[in-house]
Write a protein that binds this ligand. Structure first.
Ligand SMILES: [Zn+2]
Length: 191
């Protein structure tokens, strides 16, 4: 006795049942349902109502502009400010006198650079050594001319502390093991 009409009706009522229930819950905006106490909902509603007043609209605009200004300033202070006032300077060492000097890098510069101490092109990029003879960390680095930098062979040992200096060393953390002295380095190589 199943008539197609009844089935269609049942389906229709089923469908409407499914959709009616959430409709009841949607009488209020979602953010009203999320809080038991309703306090934060009231605050949100207050903010919304305030933003709909002319004064609120102005405040909203001011907030947005302030946000843009802050973002622009932080970008400027990160990238812009340091560029004109402090061009990146690098420490160079004169291969004749062992004295160091600062040169700001520029495009097309030739190596070695002119040394103010020798008056000749004897300035090479210097490499920092962070160590003392006793294996403690120096308060400020000693600048070293690596054999590698001047095109010579063999490892470089710091003239100050006698320890191995390699290219691009990073600043050591307290308690870190110092690089080997020349004697230690050679002993390691023998093993
Ligand atoms: Zn050293």
């Amino acid at each position: 006795m199943s008539s197609p009409r009844v089935t269609a009706l049942n389906e229709a009522s089923f469908v409407s049942d499914v959709y009616r229930e959430p409709d009841l819950n949607r009488n209020e905006p979602l953010w009203m349902n999320d809080h038991g106490d309703g306090e934060s909902s009231l605050m949100l509603r207050g903010i919304r109502e305030f933003l709909n007043t002319p004064a609120g609209k102005v405040s909203g605009l001011v907030l947005v502009l302030a946000g843009i200004a802050i973002a622009a300033f932080s970008t400027w202070s990160t990238y812009g400010a340091s560029t004109p006032s402090a061009p990146s300077k690098f420490t160079y060492i004169c291969s004749e006198t062992g004295k160091t000097f600062q040169v700001s890098s520029k495009e097309g510069m030739k190596f070695p650079v002119d040394s103010p101490f020798s008056g000749k092109a004897t300035g090479y990029p210097a490499t920092p050594c962070f160590w003392n003879k006793d294996g403690t960390i120096r308060s400020s680095p000693n600048w070293v001319l690596l054999n590698e930098t001047k095109g010579a062979m063999g490892p470089t040992f710091c003239p100050e502390c006698g320890r191995l200096v390699e290219q691009n060393p990073r600043e050591p953390a307290p308690g870190e093991r110092p690089p080997p002295t020349k004697a230690e380095y050679e002993r390691q190589r023998m093993q």
